[in-house]
Ligand binder design. Structure first.
Ligand code: DOR
Ligand code: ZN
Ligand code: ZN
Length: 391
């Protein structure tokens, strides 16, 4: 298989710490196969599939099954994220040790979609995870501060009569869990950082020597809450799109390393779950196939970051955070490689229906980006070429 790629950039395969596939439970919106195809087209060779499936990934039977289906599909590594609490109910801790010791070797645990909001449960989860050497990833939402919130608490939401989601709902959990991780001697990872205040807290915690890491999504880097004025449900997401100054602070934090990496929070939903008015739409947007061009546009094409920096935030750093040993080190001669080939200047326009994801809830419909994934090599084999997924 030959790849025609003049002036292309060769990068290590991307690693997404935060992907929602919908298998088991909502295979009408995404399967492990369709999500793996979307990942391959986006340049990803490993994704971490969040635990809020139906039933949830809260026991070894489910986590091993997700891993095995991913291997059968064979387009990227699908690492199941284990739930922190049974049924994502927030009370009883799961058997993290069993999931970690199983075939899937679960390394990351999260109740994402729900917050582990009881501080005592979070403290016990962190202590347990420290003993096992695994990572707890926190969705970071104090539910008593968000209530029925659907949008960022600000002038746009107020004008539209939408219930607001304050920054404090995120920042209070980030601050709390930095302290809990410090005292538990544990690592904690903050999912989808979305506010200027979260960036300040991360900087503070890292300065203290606390083992805290964080991710930011392409949509929180690019989009702000002025999009609400369209009242289009495609822009509804948790945490919500914030204000322009937050997007600038997040970009600078990613550049400087205060935020460690990019994660997509790829969240497929059926058309009828997103077409309705803003407040009735399900939260979440798809993102695997559009992450690279957005990060390239915001940070590389502006001169703020190099391609080497992009490889750090999309591949080597997330691999390190999750404890993947086969990424982020030089590849030995003859070893099967995970690689992505990017054409930095091959403008293309996003069309939701043309994406490999089973869902089309992209907020970038009609937008044109310069950078494009030309091909992805997974375990030494070409999985996509010019957008075509190779079986
Ligand atoms: O927007 C979101 N969608 N945020 C979450 O935390 C969950 C996710 C989903 O599962 O759809
Ligand atoms: Zn979340
Ligand atoms: Zn999520």
């Amino acid at each position: 298989e030959v790849l025609d790629a003049d002036d292309a950039v060769l990068l290590p395969g991307f690693v997404d710490l935060h992907t929602h596939l919908r298998e088991p439970g909502r295979e009408d919106t995404e399967t492990i196969a369709s999500g793996s195809a979307a990942a391959a087209r986006g340049g990803y060779t490993a994704v971490f599939a969040m635990a809020n499936t139906q039933p949830p990934q809260d026991n070894q039977t489910v986590t091993d099954s997700v891993w095995r289906i991913g291997r059968e599909v064979g387009l990227c590594d699908v690492h199941p994220v284990g739930a922190v609490t049974v049924g994502l109910q927030g009370e009883q801790l799961t058997e993290m040790g069993q999931m970690a010791a199983g075939e899937a070797r679960v390394r990351v645990f999260s109740d994402d979609g729900m917050c582990v909001h009881d501080p005592l449960v979070m403290r016990r989860a962190l202590e347990y995870s420290a003993g096992l050497g695994v990572l707890v990833a926190q969705h970071a939402e104090e539910p008593r501060l968000t209530g029925g919130a659907v949008a960022h608490e600000g002038p746009h939401a107020a004008r539209l009569g939408l219930t607001g989601w304050p920054r404090s709902a995120e920042e209070s959990i980030v601050a709390r869990d930095a302290i809990l991780a410090r005292d538990a001697g544990a690592r904690v990872h903050i999912c989808h950082a979305s506010t200027t205040g979260t960036v300040e807290l991360l900087r503070w915690a890292k300065d203290q020597g606390i083992s805290i890491t964080a991710e930011v999504t392409p949509h929180h880097l690019l989009l702000d809450d002025s999009r609400l004025e369209t009242y289009d449900g495609v822009y509804r997401v948790n945490p919500p799109l914030r204000e322009a100054h937050d997007t600038l602070a997040l970009r600078e934090a990613l550049r400087s390393g205060v935020i460690d990496c990019v994660a997509t929070d790829h969240a497929p939903h059926a058309a009828q779950e997103k077409c309705c008015e803003f407040a009735a739409a399900r939260p979440g947007m798809i993102g695997l196939e559009t992450a690279l061009p957005i990060v390239a546009a915001l940070l590389v094409e502006t001169g703020d970051m190099t391609w080497r920096d992009l490889a750090r935030v999309m591949s080597t750093r997330p691999a390190e955070i999750a404890g993947l040993s086969d990424q982020g080190r030089p590849i030995a001669v003859g070893e099967p490689a995970n690689l992505v080939v990017v054409d930095p200047d091959s403008p293309w326009t996003v069309v939701g229906d043309a994406l490999a994801s089973l869902s089309a809830n992209t907020p970038y419909e009609g937008m044109t980006f310069a950078a494009r994934v030309v091909g992805t090599v997974y375990r030494g084999r070409l999985t996509t070429r010019d957008g075509e997924v190779l079986a």
